[in-house]
Design a protein around this ligand. Structure first.
Ligand code: CAA
Length: 270
């Protein structure tokens, strides 16, 4: 898969995983507009190749930050200092669009967090399917320190993950929390002693997923995301549609055939 040259991203295919590194270490990988646009351009290419008839060369994305100090330390405060309400609305909308695109990708996206995931950084991580983090990472929504509120999805996704009371306490105080607490409240999925162990685990998870039906994984992701926040009956209706549609796929035929024949399935991805 060929990517355009990105000003702010480093991209490397590692087996079935695409390692995407936000690469502005001198600014703690802050989400300047250019980073947001580069991530959109990256997703244009991945979407093209991660569709069923595209051969599925990428079965998952690992999103991380360069330099070992920060995943992403938030929106770019220097850039924001020149914005008024209209520019801020456009900045927030473009980033919301990005987070929705991450959620609608047919492949998993793992946030690999080593260092600060603050403000827009925490929000970007929360738009991934799950968060792996090192013990040295920290998380927070410090916007109140700047007279701001979360603008890249934190008002919605933080309470989905940790519940409204914890989300309010974190957002009202701007309190920064360490990984252990973030894991305890359900923000972080798994904690690793070192970054090396974290990246190894993320790659290994994507290789596990790569052995499964790409269609089933894509449907599972879209069904879980669609059901989020819906009344139970509506969520179950979404699941019913997804489950029944699976019966019309070649992947389902192959998975069931292989099980009954005591063979390893070879999924065609359709
Ligand atoms: N935007 C722009 N530049 C940033 C930045 C950000 N969010 N965070 C850090 N930087 C820059 C610093 O200005 C500094 O640049 P210079 O060397 O040119 O001075 C460089 O990165 C290193 O930062 P520090 O010297 O401050 O490093 P530190 O180790 O002492 O502290 C930190 C690290 C705790 C992350 C601190 O930089 C910090 O608090 N950053 C801001 C965090 C923040 O408030 N994030 C939320 C932004 S608002 C937001 O994200 C809104 C939203 O919801 C979309």
């Amino acid at each position: 898969m060929n990517f355009p040259a990105f000003e702010t991203l480093a991209v490397e295919q590692q087996g079935n995983a695409l390692l995407v590194t936000i690469n502005r270490p001198k600014a703690m990988n802050a989400l300047a507009l250019q980073v947001v646009e580069d991530l959109h351009a990256l997703l244009d290419t991945v979407t093209e190749h991660a569709r069923p008839d595209g051969g599925w060369p990428v079965r998952g994305i690992i999103l991380t930050g360069a330099g070992g100090k920060a995943f992403v330390a938030g929106a770019d405060i220097r850039e924001m200092s020149a914005m008024g309400p209209d520019a801020a609305a456009a900045y927030s909308a473009r980033t919301h669009e990005l987070t929705l695109r991450l959620e609608s990708l047919p492949i998993p996206v793992i946030a690999a967090v080593d260092g600060f995931a603050l403000g827009g950084g925490c929000e970007l991580a929360m738009a991934c399917d799950f968060i792996y983090a090192t013990e040295a990472a920290s998380f927070g929504q410090p916007e109140v320190n700047l007279g701001l509120v979360p603008g890249f999805g934190g008002s919605v996704r933080l309470q989905q993950l940790v519940g409204p009371a914890r989300a309010k306490e974190l957002i009202y105080t701007g309190r920064r929390i360490r990984t252990a607490e973030a894991e305890r409240i359900g923000l972080v999925h798994t904690v690793f002693p070192t970054a090396t162990e974290m990246y190894d685990a993320a790659r290994s998870t994507i290789e596990d997923v790569a052995a499964k039906s790409p269609v089933a994984v894509a449907n599972a992701k879209s069904t879980i995301n669609a059901a989020l926040g819906l009344p139970t009956a509506d969520g179950l209706a979404a699941e019913n549609r997804s489950f029944s549609q699976a019966f019309g796929t070649e992947d389902m035929q192959e998975g069931v055939r292989a099980f009954l024949a005591k063979e390893t399935p070879s999924f065609p991805g359709k």
